[in-house]
Every structure is written in C-alpha cells, then in structure tokens.
Design a protein. Structure first.
Length: 134
C-alpha cells in the first residue's frame, strides 16, 4: 500500500530539506513513546522514520515523487468515480431507504438495482486494474 510521506510529515511536496528536517523532529516529539504512555505508537513512529529516510535523500525522493504523482492522479480519479457512484446511488436508492414502512417497495426491483450496481462497480474496478497494468 502506498504511503503519503508528505502527509505523514505534514509538509508540502516542494518542501526544502530544512523544512522536512523540522517536520520530522516535530512529529518525532509529538509521537514519541515516552510522551504517549499507554498508547501503541510504534507503527506511527516507524512511518515517520520511513518518511524521513526517503524524503531526506535526494535520489530516493526523486524516485518517490514519480510514484507520488501517480498516486495523486489515481486519487483524483478515485474521488471523481466515488462522487459519480454516490450520485448514482443517491438517485437510485435514496427513495427506497427514506421511504416510510407504509410505502412498501418491490423487493425484486430493489435487488435488481443492487445487482446492477454491484456489477457496474466490479466492472469499474476491473477496468481500473487493467489500466494500471499497462
């Protein structure tokens, strides 16, 4: 799974090395196990250290930025697709879920809509997977 190191350190993509170093120190102090007694912050500290190790090295950071731009583009596509799917879901199912118990809806009609919705979503994910394989 892709990790957004810039978000972990709370810096922008065009942050300088000095800004990254300061952000690393700030996050390390904030999530240090001695300051968070009783909480398991091991994975958070590992992510912070991993992010700093990559972003402090010029060559690792350049390689990471290539993957980061792909991640950003995919996230924009996912957001647009999610919004379209939410709109479609709202148009087709909102009336069913908001209806009063007195207004009986046909279960068959509802199950067909769900089947079509699931099929469309699976087709969308399959197309996205195929596109990413190229």
């Amino acid at each position: 799974m892709f990790k957004d190191y810039y978000a972990i350190l709370e810096v922008t993509q065009n942050a300088t090395f000095e800004e990254i170093r300061k952000a690393y120190k700030k996050q390390s102090k904030k999530w240090h196990p001695d300051k968070n007694i009783g909480k398991d912050v091991t994975s958070i500290m590992q992510d912070i250290n991993e992010a700093y190790d990559v972003l402090k090295d010029f060559y690792k950071r350049q390689e990471y930025d290539v993957w980061y731009s792909k991640f950003q583009a995919e996230r924009k596509v996912d957001t647009a697709a999610s919004l379209a799917y939410e709109k479609w879901f709202e148009e087709n199912f909102a009336e069913y879920f908001r209806s009063q118990p007195k207004k009986a809806k046909s279960f068959w009609n509802f199950s067909v809509k769900i089947s079509v919705g699931v099929a469309l979503y699976i087709a969308y994910r399959l197309c996205k997977w195929i596109y990413n394989m190229q």
